[in-house]
Design a protein around this ligand. Structure first.
Ligand code: ATP
Ligand code: MG
Length: 356
């Protein structure tokens, strides 16, 4: 029987609570299918680990992870541990170390999901964001030029390599072609007169290889406005690390909120494991109470199924989530309900069972 080896990193705060539910869903699918199974290995890394051991993950952590088929991550971050440590020493270390240069974030408004936009048809909010995930504004390049209060000057550089820019744009074209949808590039060539001029140029060049794919381009400020005013303009979207980070949070807000937002960090060459995670943080304010919304973590499990080539099961998970929303009786407090994390997970399983 085919076996998928998954490294789970539940992490901090609500991470373990939501990951548990995602694992429940994955195991249910494997059990119903009968031709494959999941083997989960848990790694206790994160901020709690950091307070005990002084590191977010083991020194040889990357070596330990490298042979898994995927990584399933909850959340990292906790009060008292500076965000740049938790982010750089675990999340970014994995993203960069495993060259997960594609960040995929679906912005799809499911039926009955809360949406703050008035007069918007559900079908009009259906974007697939493909964010550059390995360099750009988050390359970590910069310096303190001068120290001392009066003359302090700090640089933060964006790094846009030919290789890095081309491969993300090409991945986006492949995706748009496969889905038969328009590809929109979001940049800022008028103000960022090196990096984004280069980005636009590469987009134009690569587009010539895909004459069958319809394209559009927006400046990031205009795109932010249009995502609210006219979201149906956006289908498949490709953008840089920083712009993608900001716009996908905006997208999460219009597509049901942080409790539903999922993300996948993909190494398309499959040379290294890819990583799947809800995009929310550890939510220390509600941790340990069994009230966190597990739907984002479950949605990221659906992305994992897509990645393994079981798109039918990926769809089933989304349909089951949608049924839970439409039913409306078993929801966590962030969605106006009173159910526990565990009850919401089980309700997804109930609807899944009807489909499998
Ligand atoms: P971190 O430091 O890990 O980023 P954070 O508190 O800064 O954590 P989030 O964890 O994303 O950021 O939380 C922001 C807000 O959204 C919090 O009030 C939290 O309670 C809420 N929240 C986040 N995720 C969920 C979830 N899955 N279910 C319910 N509420 C959530
Ligand atoms: Mg935070």
């Amino acid at each position: 029987m085919k076996k998928f080896k998954i490294a789970s990193i539940p992490g901090d705060g609500i991470g373990p609570e939501v990951i548990r539910e995602g694992i429940k869903i994955l195991n249910k699918i494997a059990e119903a299918d009968g031709t494959f199974q999941f083997e989960f290995t848990e790694f206790p890394w994160g901020c709690e680990y950091y307070t005990k051991h002084g590191v977010m993950m083991d020194e040889d952590g990357m070596e330990k992870l490298k042979d898994y088929d995927a990584i399933y991550l909850g959340a990292v971050g906790y009060p008292g541990v500076p965000d740049h440590i938790s982010l750089w020493d675990l999340l970014l270390r994995i993203r960069k170390g495993f060259d997960q240069y594609v960040n995929i974030r679906p912005i799809t408004l499911l039926e009955a999901a809360p949406c703050p936009l008035k007069d918007t048809n559900r079908e009009d909010v259906n974007m697939l964001f493909i964010r550059e995930n390995s360099e750009g504004e988050y390359a970590g390049a910069g310096d303190w030029l001068f120290k001392g209060k009066e003359n302090e000057v700090v640089l933060q550089n964006g790094v846009f390599s030919r290789k890095g820019t081309e491969r993300i744009i090409r991945y986006a074209f492949e995706t748009a072609r496969k889905e038969g949808r328009t590809l929109t590039s979001i940049s800022k060539g008028n103000a960022l007169n090196y990096s984004m001029v280069f980005w636009d140029q590469v987009f134009e060049e690569v587009s010539r290889e895909y004459p069958d794919v319809k394209t559009a381009s927006y400046l990031v400020d205009a795109a932010a406005m249009l995502m609210i005013k006219d979201p149906k303009r956006f289908e498949v979207v490709v953008t840089s690390n920083l712009f993608g980070d900001i716009l996908t949070d905006l997208g999460a807000a219009i597509a049901g909120g942080i409790g539903l937002a999922a993300g996948a960090n993909i190494n398309p060459e499959r040379e290294y494991p890819s990583m799947f995670e809800p995009i929310h943080g550890s939510a220390p304010d509600i941790a340990g109470q069994n009230i966190a919304n597990p739907l984002a973590a479950i949605w990221s499990a659906s992305q994992m199924m897509d990645f393994f080539g079981y798109e039918n099961y990926g769809k089933n998970i989304l349909q089951a989530i949608e049924k839970v929303l439409i039913d409306g009786n078993v929801l966590t407090t962030d969605m106006g309900g009173t159910a526990t994390t565990e009850q919401v997970g089980s309700q997804v399983v109930n609807y899944l069972e009807e489909m499998l």
